[in-house]
Every structure is written in structure tokens, then in C-alpha cells.
Ligand binder design. Structure first.
Ligand code: ATR
Length: 275
């Protein structure tokens, strides 16, 4: 382990709670690998404290932060500048502290696209069906639209799907009960719901109607391979696991704070998945 100097670069992840976060481990691997004079810390900040602690960290010399639940929306009010894609998504997960203020970005969309490409999937190959309508669905829908893919949102509560589609026009909405039957019309299926995660209900979907060229992505990474991805692989479809999105979304922040573009590889995957 490298000892810090007085000019070490500092970054971290803030959430409430933050103890479950894999980001300190992930960034720690890269810091070690590049022998960087820097540290990446878990920073639990309560919602009530966020507005005064974030500017204080900027003043204390931090280079920036990752932001996770429940602060991704509320932190936007503390930014001096917000990247246009983050503004469109309506959430910020990466802060960069500069001499001219706090800049907010959303790297979830970048992470999703980079992970697809790492699996040989072209995001613009055709229409995408997104299951779920929460914050992750919104980042992924914006990313796919920016690549030129038509996006359809399919969610248990149709009102939430309609709200997402209205925020990102021209999004389409598919009633939840058609999620299996409509699959033949899509090049990409993305699960952004919590269904299939450990301690959650399974995702009830059949891939029978899938086009043979369908790629199936899940953003869940506990378990590393969900039942959905197992079913996709069993049918010979390309399966894209969620841990890769987490690893790739971390790249732009690390580059901004520590000045090196880190690489996502199998070693990183194994170290982070084992933590
Ligand atoms: P995020 O972290 O992406 O913001 P979230 O707001 O917790 O996540 O949303 C999780 C998604 O999983 C939602 O789309 C939710 O559907 P509703 O809008 O109907 O709540 C979906 N979800 C959670 N439990 C579900 C269930 N039992 N059946 C179907 N969808 C479910």
C-alpha cells in the first residue's frame, strides 16, 4: 500500500447509507494499479447535512465525489454547472470540484453503453425495451436515445412509464403484461427493475418470442448472473451482466479526479465481485 503525501488527491462516494457501496474497492484497485498518490473514501452524509457538507468537501481540497442513493437528485441544487445529459436524465452521480465551482455529471448512461459495447452489442442496433421506470431506467433510456435507438418503457405502474416517456420524447410505452409477447420487435431488452435481485421477487418473463439477435442486459449485479441472463444464454442470446455497468460508470470520474483513464478488465471484475 502506498503512503499518502501532503498533496494526495482525494475523492469518495457519498450516500446514506454508503456501507454497501463497492466503489471504494473499485477505485482502490485502480489507485493501487497506477500507484497514485490519492485516496477514495466512503462518505456517509445524511440528507439533512448534504447541502453544507458537499461545498465544505470542495473547500477542503477534495477533487470530487460519486453520489448514490438517496442524493442523486438533491445534489443537483448544489452544482454550479450540470452536464446537459445529466440535466436530461434529471440525476447526477458524479461531482467534479474545480476552481470555478461544482460540476455535475451522470456517468450511468456512459457506463451502460460502454458495458454493452464491451460485450459486442451495438446500442443502435434497433429498438430497445426497458423494463422499469426508476432512475436507472431514465439514464439508460437517455443513453440509448442519444445513440439513435428507439426506446419503449414497460413498467408495472404504467403511470410511471408514461412519465418517463414524456420526459424523454419520443419514448413509447408498453403495458407490463405484454413484456413477453412483444419481444420479437426488439433488438435489446434491459431489466432495470429490482426483480431478480437477491431477496427480491423473480422477474417473470418468457424469452420464447425473442428475435435470435436480441441482446439481454440486466443492471442487477447481485447475483452476478440473474435468472434472466441465464435464460438468455440458454437460448444462445447475448447476455450483458450488470456489474460491468458499475465498473464502466466509474471510469470518467476516476479520470477527472486522478488524471488517468483506468481500464475495466477481468481482474477488476473478479476483485469487485468478490467484495
Ligand atoms: P431506481 O433505483 O432505478 O430508481 P426504483 O425507483 O426503486 O429504482 O424502481 C424500481 C423499478 O422496479 C420500478 O420501475 C418498479 O416499478 P413501479 O414503478 O411499478 O414501482 C419496479 N418494480 C419493483 N418491484 C416490482 C414488482 N414486484 N413487479 C414489477 N415491477 C417492480
Amino acid at each position: 500500500m502506498r503512503l499518502l503525501s501532503g498533496s494526495a488527491r482525494l475523492a469518495g462516494v457519498t450516500g446514506w447509507p454508503v456501507a454497501h457501496s463497492r466503489s471504494p474497492r473499485l477505485h482502490g484497485v485502480w489507485l493501487n494499479r497506477h500507484d497514485i498518490d490519492g485516496a477514495y473514501l466512503p462518505l456517509p452524509i445524511s440528507p439533512a447535512d448534504l447541502a453544507h457538507v458537499i461545498p465544505a468537501l470542495a473547500k477542503a481540497g477534495f477533487a470530487g465525489l460519486n453520489v448514490t442513493i438517496p442524493h442523486k437528485i438533491s445534489v443537483m441544487a448544489l452544482c454550479d454547472r450540470i452536464d446537459p445529459r445529466a440535466a436530461r436524465i434529471g440525476a447526477v452521480n458524479t461531482l467534479v470540484f474545480t476552481s470555478t465551482g461544482i460540476e455535475g455529471f451522470n456517468t450511468d448512461s456512459y457506463g451502460f453503453l460502454a458495458n454493452l459495447r464491451a460485450h459486442g452489442v451495438n446500442p443502435a442496433a434497433g429498438p430497445a425495451l426497458i423494463l422499469g421506470a426508476g432512475g436507472a431506467a431514465r439514464a439508460i433510456a437517455a443513453a440509448l436515445q442519444d445513440e439513435g435507438a428507439p426506446v419503449t418503457v414497460c413498467n408495472r405502474t404504467q403511470r410511471n412509464a408514461a412519465a418517463l416517456a414524456a420526459a424523454l420524447p419520443p419514448g413509447n410505452v408498453l403495458p407490463w403484461e405484454y413484456r413477453s409477447a412483444a419481444l420479437g420487435d426488439y433488438a435489446l431488452l434491459v431489466n432495470t427493475t429490482s426483480l431478480g435481485m437477491v431477496h427480491h421477487e423473480p422477474l417473470d418473463i418468457s424469452l420464447e418470442a425473442a428475435n435470435p439477435a436480441l441482446a439481454v442486459a440486466d443492471i442487477i449485479y447481485a447475483p452476478l448472473e440473474t435468472e434472466l441472463l441465464k435464460a438468455a444464454r440458454a437460448r444462445g442470446l447475448t447476455a450483458v451482466e450488470g456489474l460491468g455497468m458499475l465498473l464502466h460508470q466509474a471510469v470518467p470520474g476516476f479520470k477527472a479526479w486522478f488524471g488517468i483513464t483506468p481500464v475495466v478488465d477481468d481482474e477488476l471484475y473478479h476483485i469487485v465481485s468478490g467484495g
